[in-house]
Design a protein around this ligand. Structure first.
Ligand code: AMP
Length: 188
């Protein structure tokens, strides 16, 4: 039998309802407990302004890295099942949620489909994704050749205000570190 290839992926985690930090940790533990998935690193946790409908609680965001033998769509389905198991219910686009899991990157794969777009289309535009991603993998380069550090710098530059998603603060006002890196299970 041919062994499926192991790929490195990055997942963006967000929560602005309930026990936010516990939700992030629970999601990581859920991913780490999934057959064919291993979590290998996680950024610090950042407290961030929500984008989308006004009046929402602040988010906690983090980015984790993992290895997987699952194909991208199967990995997305794992994310969605985990969100549902953790109590996420369908709601407003960008509305409040107890957990949100986004597949940011999957190896050097670039794909655009009805269920899944990779790299995640918001990646280059969102400081709450780029900041923890740069912390976790400073020299990471996107499949199209753009270094993530350059993308973060561009987001903070006054020359490129159009690249900011409304509601996303500039990076220098964004991050509030609220704790040490989230612990993750050592599965080695
Ligand atoms: P969300 O509101 O973040 O849960 O995402 C809504 C929908 O976006 C999901 O049901 C996915 O099918 C779709 N989607 C497309 N690309 C991605 C991606 N890279 N990561 C997560 N969801 C994605």
């Amino acid at each position: 039998m041919i062994e499926p290839v192991m790929e490195t992926f990055y997942v963006g985690l967000g929560a602005n309802l309930g026990e936010r930090q516990a939700n992030l940790t629970g999601a990581l533990a859920g991913l780490a407990g999934t057959p064919g998935v291993r979590i290998t690193g996680c950024s610090s946790v950042y407290e961030t302004e929500p984008m989308g409908p006004p009046g929402q609680p602040l988010y906690l965001n983090a980015v984790a890295r993992g290895d997987t033998r699952l194909p991208p769509l199967d990995l997305l389905r794992v994310f969605k099942e985990l969100e549902t198991r953790m109590g996420r219910r369908p709601g407003l686009r960008w509305g409040p949620r107890c957990i949100d899991l986004d597949l940011l990157l999957y190896g050097s794969v670039q794909l655009e489909g009805p269920e899944l777009t990779v790299p995640h289309p918001g990646l280059a535009l969102r400081a709450f994704v780029l900041l923890p991603l740069v912390e976790l993998a400073p020299s990471l380069v996107l499949p199209d050749g753009r270094p993530i550090r350059t993308l973060l710098d561009q987001l903070g530059s006054a020359q490129a205000p159009g690249t900011l998603v409304p509601g996303t603060p500039m990076p220098d006002t964004l991050p509030v570190r609220v704790g040490p890196p989230i612990p993750y299970p050592d599965l080695s």
